[in-house]
Each structure stands twice: as structure tokens, then as C-alpha cells.
Design a protein around this ligand. Structure first.
Ligand code: SF4
Length: 175
């Protein structure tokens, strides 16, 4: 399976805690006014990369990963396949790293709200193996540059496992 990738940046510190490998995926239907990267909306942007090649890059960098874009859930089926394999690869390749990373191995930024994701099977499948979802569109009137890892105050940093277990969005504790 292939994913359409705009860019891969290893060692970034702005897309979640710790140094991370960020993968920017093409395509977004949300078209938020004030979006920092409207070029990323193009569904045919970037270039096609095999999931196995992405896995090799992520594992070689030995860092936790963030999926951003665009909206990664525009390519929900590919993201489901990548994160499923990635979870498995982390367990076998980096059992000791996992401890240091806590449960924050895989972050995903999306313009969908959590409630829309859980109500839509193909989106829900794409986040089952993700640890943290930063949800919701960027809202210019709620822009706040003091917020950690998000652009506007409507966006939530959500603990996926806790939220799926409880049936509602549970914020991640960043302590
Ligand atoms: S969801 Fe993100 S990439 Fe898409 S329009 Fe909004 S800010 Fe831009």
C-alpha cells in the first residue's frame, strides 16, 4: 500500500513531546481559513511512498512519530495500515524506548473532531493504533500562540486509549 507524502522531517520538536519524526501527508478537505499550509490540501500533492519504506525510515530514526499534513485522515486506509504495522515494529524493535516515551509513540493531527472520528468507521480504524490525536480544525479567532502543540484553543490533545475505553474524549496528561 502507498501513502502520498509531502515531507518527512526527522528530529522536530514542535509536533509533540520529545524529538520526533514528522510525516506530512497530502490532502485535506477542511480548508480552515488561516491554515498555515494550504498547499497541503491538494490530494495529488507530494509523492507516493510505500508503507514499508516509511516504516524503515521511522525505525531507522529511532524516534516517536507524528502524522500531520494536510489531514492524515484524508488517507485513512493507508494510515490504518501504517500505524498497525508501526505499533508492531515499535514493540519488537524498541522495547526499551517505549518506556521512555510513555504511551506517546504515535501522534496524529486531524481537522476532524474526536466525535466525528468515532462515529465514522474508516476514521476510527485509522486511529486505533494511534496514541494521541490532536483534533479539530484550526479556528483563526481562537488562535493562541501560547498553546503547546496546537494552534487554536478549540483543538484538543486526546489520549486515544483512554477515550476509546471511556466513550468520550479524554485529554492527555502532559505532566
Ligand atoms: S485541518 Fe489542518 S491542514 Fe487542513 S485546512 Fe485545517 S489547518 Fe489546514
Amino acid at each position: 500500500m502507498l501513502l502520498r507524502v509531502i515531507d518527512i522531517v526527522a528530529g522536530t520538536s514542535v509536533d509533540g513531546p520529545h524529538l520526533r519524526t514528522s510525516i506530512y501527508l497530502a490532502g485535506c478537505i477542511h480548508h480552515c481559513p488561516g491554515c498555515h499550509n494550504p498547499q497541503s490540501w491538494d490530494p495529488s500533492g507530494g509523492h507516493l511512498v510505500a508503507i514499508d519504506d516509511l516504516l524503515d525510515i521511522i525505525v531507522r530514526e529511532e524516534m516517536p512519530v507524528t502524522l500531520s499534513g494536510g489531514d492524515p485522515l484524508f488517507q485513512a486506509e493507508g494510515v490504518a495500515a501504517l500505524t498497525h504495522l508501526l505499533k508492531d515494529r515499535y514493540k519488537t524493535s524498541f522495547p526499551s524506548f517505549r518506556k521512555g516515551w510513555g504511551e506517546a509513540d504515535i501522534w496524529l493531527y486531524t481537522g476532524y473532531r474526536w466525535e466525528q472520528i468515532v462515529a465514522t468507521p474508516r476514521l476510527l480504524d485509522a486511529v486505533r493504533n494511534v496514541d494521541v490525536v490532536v483534533d479539530g480544525p484550526f479556528v483563526q479567532s481562537l488562535r493562541d500562540t501560547t498553546l503547546l502543540f496546537r494552534g487554536s484553543s478549540n483543538q484538543r490533545i486526546i489520549d486515544v486509549a483512554a477515550s476509546l475505553a471511556s466513550g468520550s474524549a479524554i485529554p492527555l496528561s502532559l505532566d
